[in-house]
Design a protein around this ligand. Sequence first.
Ligand SMILES: [Zn+2]
Length: 91
Amino acid sequence: MSDVCNKKSFETDSDAALALKLIKRNSSREKIPIRYYKCEKCGKIHLTAKPPSASKEAVKVKTPKQKMQVQNSRKKTKWLKNHEINGEDNN
Ligand SMILES: [Zn+2]
């Protein structure tokens, strides 16, 4: 057993999941682990309080098509707003 990480580590996902459950139930601290991840250094499971968005896997890249849809809907909204304002000015 090598001590690559000083963090508390678990051998399996289910061990880590169980620990997470117990911590959530028993800990009154503000910052508690919310998930577990496999460590690249030691190959074991650690707990972390960081949200999943910090990891590469969680980053979702929008496809160009999706981006265009967002832009189009924004343009539409802006046009509608301008149209409404102009209409009010005419009155
Ligand atoms: Zn580790």
